[in-house]
Design a protein around this ligand. Structure first.
Ligand SMILES: Nc1ncnc2c1ncn2[C@@H]1O[C@H](COP(=O)(O)OP(=O)(O)OP(=O)(O)O)[C@@H](O)[C@H]1O
Length: 266
């Protein structure tokens, strides 16, 4: 292993992004370590997608710095994909449009996301959950060290949402990749991710889910939904650290050296 194996895959350091006269995000710092699942949450227009695009290098910060590991391979599932789902297009063909996988590689990626049986289907026939699995399979073709998922459970029913979060965790465990995701589902984010960044143009609070749900800034932002979750979190007696290992919460004074959400490069 290289000496910097646990160093972040990507880190935003005090990043501000302006366009026209508008400040879209302000003084945002965050980092994603290998094997860590980091969630961005926040209201509509909070700057979540902007932050993702800054992390990916698709936007350049007005101030601050974005550091990515040299040669970092990224699999990105954008919030909106410019594929016209009304045109005839099979799943197999979709996967061959950008990457050039062999048929076996494409099938392996689909199998890995539980979409192996969908290879010959038309994309416009897919359910919301099937579509997301296909898009994640497409992102896996790049063998990503970092998987970036912008609202991976949009258009998916409640059961399907939980299954997708399980899939994301499984991919992390199997591939050892880091994951940066945007989600509006507070319950799943808190239950299934390692670190949470609560964004409302600036970072309101961040850290381990069990801490964020107790943070007044988080409760201010999400109101009743947040309060309900705080009760839930009280009965949730463990979280997962950056390696995916279970860390007990209640009565355990965990030295939080794995928490990269506030990672500071000095
Ligand atoms: N190029 C641009 N010029 C001006 N304003 C922009 C531009 N791009 C985005 N915005 C605005 O910046 C704000 C943040 O957008 P962003 O898409 O990052 O929010 P978000 O948190 O991802 O929202 P949502 O949850 O609705 O997807 C929005 O109000 C958006 O309209």
């Amino acid at each position: 292993m290289p000496p910097d194996a646990s160093a972040p895959l990507v880190a935003l350091q005090d990043v501000t992004y302006r366009v026209g006269g508008n400040v879209l995000v302000e003084h945002v710092s965050l980092a994603v370590a290998p094997r860590q699942i980091v969630s961005l949450i926040g209201p509509n227009g909070a700057g979540k997608t902007t932050t993702v695009r800054l992390a990916l290098g698709l936007l350049q910060p007005s101030e601050g710095r974005v550091a990515r590991r040299p040669g970092l391979s990224v699999g990105y599932v954008p919030q909106r994909l410019t594929v016209d789902r009304s045109l005839p297009l099979t799943v197999r063909r979709l996967l061959s449009l950008t990457a050039r996988p062999t048929p076996a590689e494409a099938q392996a990626a689909l199998d890995e996301t539980g979409a192996g049986h969908l290879a010959g289907r038309e994309v416009h026939d897919l359910s919301g959950g099937e579509w997301q699995r296909v898009l994640i399979a497409r992102a896996l073709l790049r063998q990503p060290a970092l998987l970036v998922l912008d609202e991976p459970v949009q258009g998916v029913d409640v059961t399907g949402q939980a299954e997708l979060f399980t899939l994301i965790r499984t991919l992390r465990d199997r591939r050892g990749c880091g994951v940066l995701l945007v989600s509006h589902d507070l319950h799943l984010v808190m239950a299934a991710t390692d670190a949470v960044i609560c964004l409302n143009r600036h970072v309101c609070c961040s850290g381990r889910p069990d801490r964020v749900v107790r943070d007044p800034a988080y409760r201010d932002l999400f109101g009743d939904a947040a309060t309900a979750l705080a009760v839930y979190a009280h009965h949730h007696d463990h979280v997962h650290d950056a390696t995916g290992a279970v860390v007990p919460v209640e009565g355990h004074h965990h030295h939080d050296h794995h928490d990269h959400a506030h990672h500071n490069h000095g």
